[in-house]
Design a protein around this ligand. Sequence first.
Ligand SMILES: [Cu+2]
Length: 314
Amino acid sequence: MRRMKSLAVVTGLVATLGTPVALAKTVTVEIPVIEKDLAIDNAGNTQKMWTYAGTVPGPVVRVTQGDVVDFSMLNEKGNKQSHSMDFHAARLDVLDEFEAVRPGKTKAYEFRADYPGVFIYHCGADPMSEHIARGMYGVIIVDPEEGYSEDFPKPDREYVIVQGDLFEQGTKPQDMTANIGKKASLINGKVFHYDPVHDSNASLTLESKPGERVRIHFVNAQVNDSVAFHPIAGIWDKVWENGHPKNISYGIQTYNVAPAHAATFDLISPADRPTNNAIVDHQMKNALTGAITVLMNHDDADPALGRNGDLILR
Ligand SMILES: [Cu+2]
């Protein structure tokens, strides 16, 4: 929730009816929609994007299973498009809660986060491919009500990675739908965001200490392309399909994540030496146009990274 402080997001300890745990709370989530020019690479080149709260991806929403999300979205007056919000963690009415609203209007609704895991949220306004490709997506993490367990251990560090598309400026919506005009993949909003090997302008990498359990909540926000998620020079120790603690797989090399889907990945580096991983979409057309993330495992790892609640390095 720390990321959302400036967005007037407040957590209230309000008792809710019929929730499975006594401590379930109502979490207020207010996200404005802002159409703006945004840097899409580490050099600062910009494109016209449509955003939740001014960033791509939008703010990370994190709640606990059983919580009620009290959501509202203001489509800011200066915008040109109608927009909507589709939380994949919600069970609602697509024609009601997920309807698009015009600039200057607010859409508000509530839902209870019944299923634990990691989920995408995205705009569903027509044409949906364009709204998603221009950056209208983000992540909601629903932590399991039972907390950590043997099958879902507490990580030493955790990060969110969202992979999106970058189309040539001016690409027609029908071409985006057909995946024509795609020029790159974005990692948390930028090409080679955390890859100083392929981009000398990159100043950030993921970090951990040797032997730490690093958890990555991964969301595929691309319109058409699946992601073959692989940690070069590593093996996923565990993967949880959709981030659900019961959907556990062990010792995975490459894991397919469909568009608008997500999974949770743990990686443990050798404890006895410093190492590096390159976490890639092993579909080479996407890796070599931006979808590579460097994870440095070394004793001098920044103690705050992946630990202070800021799950997306910006
Ligand atoms: Cu939209």
